[in-house]
Ligand binder design. Sequence first.
Ligand code: ADP
Ligand code: MG
Ligand code: ZN
Length: 413
Amino acid sequence: MALATELKKHFGFDTFKGNQEEVIKNLLAGNDTFVLMPTGGGKSLCYQLPALMMQGTAIIISPLIALMKNQVDAMRNFSEDDNVAHFLNSSLTKAVIDQVKSDITAGHTKLLYVAPESLTKQDTIEFLKTVPISFYAVDEAHCISEWGHDFRPDYRRIRPIINEISRRPIIALTATATPKVQHDIQKNLGMLEARIFKSSFNRSNLFYEIRAKSQNTDRDIIRFIKQQDDKSGIVYCLSRKKVEELTELLQLNEINALPYHAGLDPNTRAANQDAFIMEKVSVIVATIAFGMGIDKPDVRFVIHYDIPKSLEGYYQETGRAGRDGGEGHCITFYSSKDLAKMEKFMQNKPLVEQEIGRQLLIETAAYAESSVCRRKMLLHYFGEEYNIDNCGNCDNCLNPKKQVEAKDELCAT
Ligand code: ADP
Ligand code: MG
Ligand code: ZN
């Protein structure tokens, strides 16, 4: 059967998105495959379709319990068989785990989602040794790298465990495309020879803007949001305290806003997130804990009250705007003073992490201070060349200005 027919049969889609078809062919041919595709590009299908087509069970390694559950539910919706997909993670009881294992052994399960912490457990390994495996997918593969924005030490143990279970093709997928992270992933997963499928990371509908941070920043933000006519937006702050303060200030100014950070109790957090997704509230003020795996298509603006920790983080967070292809206004407030503050934040971390954190911060500061097209700089950071002189959709292209040098303050310490 042609691949397009399989796509239609299993998912109801008429055509592949981007290079999905080439990726899938490469994996079906038994080759290690590396997929670099921006968020929303359609990475899941690159392993879901082959999993349904191949003999055995595909092992999908995925970091977030919430994402896992969503994906399993989605797969069950597409299929008539509830056993087509299962997950194993720390949220399950022993009885459920036993049920999952017996379903897999019965041979109906095409996709098994596992959290890295579950994969590294000896009894999971022993069990998987008894299962015919089609391939391994490592989703959110940037978690392998300390240079990524979401490092998970357990991700580094994946490859030795695969060797122990049984060597099958590996497909690694990520929306993080910095050359450093890419190299880390390939090296750690032992797939330096893998074929790489890289899509463009350009988000042409996003307007990138850096504003100087000052005493007027709060007023700036209020004015900007008031002009947005209740459109959805996210304001990112570095600290929980700032999230609380700013939410209150926005509310005082009759802006419909709610806070989101890891210090809130889980119920409030979930309720606030739902209120945003269901459009009962237009603005969410959040730490970067907010947004992972949230697919709200019509976020119209993302404001960074504080400079992000890395350009990678900046790209991911601003990337939550304009998912539907419509406009997305991304404003970051920057002052060189904030750099020192952020360095302080890192001081109780291990030295290696501090050094990495500092390097990432310097790159972000350089971006903020530059007079070069933001899009060009951002894409360059992802190893992508952008050859258009004026992107027409960033502050530096619309209002060319002279360069300032302030990041030296950071290097002086
Ligand atoms: P990513 O993991 O790259 O962020 P997802 O796998 O979550 O992206 O896919 C994003 C969206 O694109 C999903 O809603 C998915 O159903 C949709 N999608 C994926 N492939 C196709 C396709 N070939 N045709 C239409 N929609 C697709
Ligand atoms: Mg994904
Ligand atoms: Zn530009």
